[in-house]
Design a protein around this ligand. Structure first.
Ligand code: PMP
Length: 351
């Protein structure tokens, strides 16, 4: 700690992301990346920008990308905000939309970045317990003149809140901003983007890191009412006028134009999730129903941390959380078919 730090910096407890080990022969199932790389069309688009073009600043408005996303999701371009990964998009939503008289609400079991941003941007917050089945109880989220944020499917549980429940949440919260973080929605959920034209207080955030295999590129976006987007643009332009670098803009556009590849990757991940769930259930694990590209599972007789350490000795990395309610769960990202089979075999051997 330095005496030159501001009081705010002294009070922060930053988020610690999952490990990114340098060793390449590990089976890495700890940060919910896609086991399949980006499509060849995306790689081609990146290559064409990784050229003399890098002399030039990127489009500060990301017009082509915003129009591509708008067309893809059947909204107007002024309903689209883009940023460096959805983490940045969410951080900007915290700054632009959440400082209201009443606190921000989010589930007690959820993405652990939310309390970090709340502290950083000095947003008051309260957590709302999930049910015993780790579901979000919409009725517990009534909040006048404040804000609500949650991932759907939730992280790290993978549990999905159906669209009719999100509608109900919006109906009982007409004067609070409701942000749905849909980082994992493409793996089995129905997107709330379909509701943005009916609810001016709804913002839906997506990432290209998971279903579009671009975690290394950093692209995320939000869709909502033009007024919400304008507020976020004000914040963004007050600290950095270039949302995304040139290769990232080109890669993202190319990804939306290659629907077939995108769908086939999602289908493969979903199929692997279902067979891994079956394999782990057969080994005695309790596996929560997941609509994401990971599963959340616990074994009645084996401690999660011990299992994770034993898997690591076999070069397989999974995640566990030293947090109340979930400390006995492993969060396992869905890898390729072979990686999932190797994980199941290792666990069978260990138990
Ligand atoms: N939201 C949730 C729920 C996540 O799990 C993640 C990934 N850690 C993100 C947002 C951020 O993803 P990215 O910044 O790669 O878009």
């Amino acid at each position: 700690m330095s005496r030159y730090w501001s009081p705010l910096v002294k009070s922060l407890t930053p988020y610690v992301p999952g490990e990114q080990p340098k060793i390449t022969n590990l089976i890495k199932l700890n940060t919910n990346e896609n086991p399949y790389g980006p499509s060849s069309k995306v790689l081609e688009a990146i290559r064409s920008e990784a050229s003399d073009n890098l002399r030039l600043y990127p489009d500060p408005n990301a017009d082509t990308l915003k129009q591509t996303i708008a067309d893809y999701h059947s909204v107007d371009k002024n309903q689209v905000f883009v940023g460096n990964g959805s983490d940045e998009v969410i951080a900007i939503a915290f700054q632009a939309l959440f400082k209201h008289p009443n606190p921000l609400l989010f589930p007690d079991i959820t993405y652990s970045f939310y309390p970090v941003w709340s502290d950083m941007y000095q947003v008051d917050y309260q957590t709302v317990p999930v049910t015993d089945n780790f579901e979000i109880d919409v009725q517990a989220f009534k909040q006048a003149n404040g804000g609500i944020i949650f991932p759907n499917p939730n992280a790290p549980t993978g549990r999905l809140l159906p669209l009719d429940q999100i509608k109900l949440l919006l109906e009982i919260n007409t004067d609070s901003v409701v942000v749905v973080d849909e980082a994992y929605i493409d793996f089995g959920g129905e997107s709330a983007i379909a509701l943005v034209n009916d609810y001016p207080n709804l913002l839906v955030i997506h990432t290209l890191s998971k279903s579009r295999s671009l975690a290394g590129m950093r692209v995320g976006f939000a869709i909502g009412h033009p007024d919400l987007i304008e507020g976020m643009e004000r914040v963004k332009n007050s600290f950095n006028s270039y949302p995304l670098d040139r290769p990232a803009q080109a890669a993202a556009v190319a990804s939306f134009l290659d629907e077939e590849y995108f769908q086939s990757c999602c289908q493969k991940v979903i199929a692997s999730r279902e067979s891994l769930t079956e394999a782990l259930t057969a080994l005695g694990f309790e596996v929560l129903p997941s609509a994401a590209n990971f599963i959340f599972a616990k074994h009645p007789e084996h401690d999660a941390e011990t299992l994770a350490n034993q898997l690591r000795e076999r070069s397989i990395i999974v995640r566990y959380f030293k947090k109340p309610k979930i400390d006995q769960f492993l969060r396992i990202s869905i890898g390729s078919t072979e990686e999932c089979e190797q994980l199941a075999t290792a666990l069978k051997d260990m138990l």
